[in-house]
Design a binder for this molecule. Structure first.
Ligand SMILES: Nc1ncnc2c1ncn2[C@@H]1O[C@H](COP(=O)(O)OP(=O)(O)O)[C@@H](O)[C@H]1O
Ligand SMILES: [Mg+2]
Length: 277
């Protein structure tokens, strides 16, 4: 297997105000995975991922990005490899035109002329917002602003893309759009996604880490994680609705996560019970 793209070793972080938000975190993030980070508000998810592009630097321990210690690099340098999309797009968007907002990153990386134009066009097209290029970002709705924030990171083509609560405040249509975007981006990027939408997590993630009180409580595939109800309860999390329904039915396998698996269980359960009569 290839080297992990990000290695976190004994990471502890205390904010200047005195809050210790991360304690003794050890984690390796592999190239090409879709890693979901879940956990209640305040458990340390954002603080953790802000260490991956140097927005925060460890108080103790180390974070290595492609074996480079983040302590020795600026966020601008690390952002070539790891792009972080803020939870609140208003914390990220600062240009007066959508086109300029998307252009800013690749321009700073030295892209010019037709190459620069192509990267802006591709980044806007992948989120489906090319038609909004002449708009002022403040005139957009939250869904659109979130997609613009994602697009401006895509335009820099970082190896790793971090999405911090990309579906918060979005309707069903917005969630579906983010889901297909993650699936598309995961073909040539490593994706880290923080989310409270367990349905989305169960469908896109190859691995889930569960944070609780500044630590990683446990981790595994969605199938492994969403059957651990007692541990999830401790963190005030619940498995996705379809899993909860399957878990409540006698005779069903407990690790059902999709409609197809649910239907399979329904059929095999029926044939089992008709045989026993
Ligand atoms: N800028 C900050 N200054 C001081 N404390 C902070 C700051 N940002 C977050 N915290 C605290 O750090 C802890 C973890 O926060 P955060 O990483 O934002 O959690 P999550 O993303 O899981 O909601 C919380 O107790 C929060 O109040
Ligand atoms: Mg957060």
């Amino acid at each position: 297997m290839s080297e992990p793209v990000i290695k976190i070793k004994d990471l502890t972080f205390t904010y200047p105000a005195g809050v210790t938000a991360l304690r003794e975190i050890n984690l390796e993030i592999n190239k090409g995975e879709v890693l979901a980070v879940i956990g209640q508000n305040g458990s340390g998810k954002t603080t953790l991922v802000k260490h991956f592009n140097g927005l925060l630097k460890p108080s103790r321990g180390n974070v290595l990005v492609n074996n480079n210690n983040t302590k020795k690099f600026t966020t601008a340098q690390l952002s070539r490899t790891v792009g972080y999309v803020f939870q609140d797009p208003d914390d990220q968007i600062f240009m007066s035109k959508v086109y300029k907002e998307i252009e800013f990153g690749p321009k700073n990386l030295g892209l010019k002329g037709s190459e620069l134009k192509r990267s802006v066009k591709e980044a806007l097209e992948i989120v489906g917002l090319w038609d909004l290029r002449r708009k002022h970002p403040l005139d957009l709705n939250l869904n659109e602003k979130k997609l613009i924030a994602i697009s401006s990171i895509i335009a820099m083509k970082p190896e790793v893309i971090i999405l911090d609560e990309p579906t918060t405040g979005q309707d069903h249509h917005g969630v579906k759009k983010v889901e297909s975007l993650i699936n598309e981006l995961s073909r040539n990027h490593t994706i880290i996604v923080i989310s409270h939408n367990m349905d989305l997590v169960s469908r896109v993630a190859s691995r889930v880490i569960v944070m609780y009180d500044s630590r990683i409580l446990f981790q595994g595939t969605p199938k492994k994680v969403f059957v651990k109800n007692a541990l999830l309860n401790k963190t005030y999390l619940k498995p996705p609705p379809i899993a909860r329904l399957a878990q409540s039915i006698k005779g069903f396998k407990r690790d059902v996560l999709t409609i197809d698996e649910f239907i399979d269980e329904l059929i095999s359960n029926k044939s089992r019970s008709s045989k026993s009569h």
